[in-house]
Design a protein around this ligand. Structure first.
Ligand code: GLY
Length: 399
């Protein structure tokens, strides 16, 4: 309703000033400083919870928090796809507050992932190493971080198949269901490759990223601009074998987080290449997501989940989409993305925050990790917190 009103104002030609006024009013509802104060309390508490888990015997190989399991903070190994988000959160706290107290934990939790730069068993290296080491290098300029980013990109590039023109996502088999699975989430890992080309001048990383993105547009997207979750390729011929889901409700449904990964991924690809095709793709995905968001702007875990409104929400999908929409707003002529992102953040701030010093120190409640596997349903997830903080930072940069 809110958005429709804005569009008609524009059409009537009335009006950039009115639009800007409305947008700044919406933006004022989010108090970014207050949210970072809260995030600082939660992160400090999370650090103390991790210390107490260690004192109680948690293994040194468990380096990063992921979620709550039966109310208890669950730590994961560096090779888990979520391992980079907590270091990233600590870097965001340092970035926003400029308080040096965040540097030691940010460095410590980043350093714990150093061996992961050689781990070629997943496509998720972009998430793991760019959210941690990428932010570390951006904020400190320390060349030690730079070298790890480059090695991580080399390892990720090793998963590229030039015949299919895409990076393989998963090595694990699902009852031999797939041969060469590529998931929409993989768009997020391309940022690491673009960065490696900028750092080294070696264009091979860039070319792999572009090939992957182009094939994803071709093979992952439906005529209505929603995305399949998994496209399974024949690694010998490059032909698509099947289009299916792993984490969504059905093969033909729109898994909410997957739509958000695609939006973020193509917006980032436009930033890195300035290829208008990626901007147009991001705009099409944004239109799809916006058309399917519930009134309060927080998606259920799958836009086609059969029991909506009695289905779990996914705050992580909301946070990722908000962060992406802020960036897309800066590139697009369609100037309503920022208002939608503001609406998402307002709702997250109003209804999704954990009480302080509870829930293991996670910031946001009510995300869904893998509903079909009955795993991580209506729980906090560390990546929801990471993209929430990134979205808050972006909302402030836009003011
Ligand atoms: N990349 C895995 C997920 O979004 O759950």
């Amino acid at each position: 309703m809110h958005m429709r009103m804005k569009r008609s104002l524009c059409c009537a030609g009335i009006i950039l000033p009115a639009l800007l006024l409305m947008q700044s009013c919406a933006a004022q509802k989010i108090n970014v400083s207050k949210q970072f104060d809260n995030a600082g309390v939660q992160a400090g508490y999370m650090l103390s919870v991790i210390d107490s888990l260690r004192a109680a015997g948690a293994g040194a190989e468990l380096v990063s928090p992921r979620t709550l399991d039966k109310g208890k903070l669950k730590l994961v190994k560096g090779q888990d796809w979520t391992s980079g988000f907590f270091p990233g959160e600590l870097w965001f706290l340092y970035e926003f507050t400029k308080d040096k107290k965040w540097l030691p934990p940010a460095k410590k939790y980043t350093a714990a992932l150093t061996p992961v730069q050689f781990f070629g068993g997943t496509h998720d290296l972009g998430f793991m190493m760019y959210c941690s080491f990428g932010n570390a290098y951006r904020l400190t300029g320390d060349t030690g971080y730079r070298n790890v980013i480059i090695q991580s990109a080399k390892t990720l590039a090793g998963r590229f198949n030039p015949v299919a023109g895409v990076i393989k996502s998963w090595d694990f088999a699902s009852d031999s269901k797939w041969k060469y699975p590529v998931i929409i989430d993989n768009m997020m890992n391309l940022e690491l490759l673009f960065e490696a080309t900028k750092l080294t001048g070696d264009s091979s990383f860039y070319k792999i990223a572009v090939s992957h993105a182009n094939n994803t547009i071709k093979n992952h997207y439906r005529p209505n601009n929603s995305s399949y979750h998994v496209v399974d390729y024949d690694p010998e011929t490059g032909a698509v074998r099947q289009r299916i889901t792993a984490q969504g409700y059905s093969d033909s449904s729109a898994w909410a987080r997957g739509q958000a990964w695609g939006l973020y991924g193509f917006t980032m690809c436009y930033r890195e290449t300035k290829n208008i095709v990626y901007l147009q793709q991001a705009e099409k995905i944004a239109a799809y997501i916006i058309s399917r968001l519930p009134k309060d702007k927080i998606p259920y875990w799958d836009y086609d989940a059969p029991l909506i409104p009695n289905e779990p929400m996914d705050a992580s999908a909301a946070a990722i989409a908000a962060s992406a929409l802020y960036e897309l707003h800066t590139y697009s002529n369609d100037k309503h993305y920022r208002a939608v992102a503001n609406g998402i953040l307002e709702k997250l701030c109003a209804s999704y925050l954990s009480p302080q010093k509870q829930n293991g120190g996670f910031i946001l409640l009510h995300s869904t990790g893998h509903k079909p596997a009955k795993s991580e349903i209506d729980v906090p997830l560390i990546y929801a917190d990471y993209y929430f903080l990134e979205a808050l930072l972006r909302s402030k940069q836009m003011k």
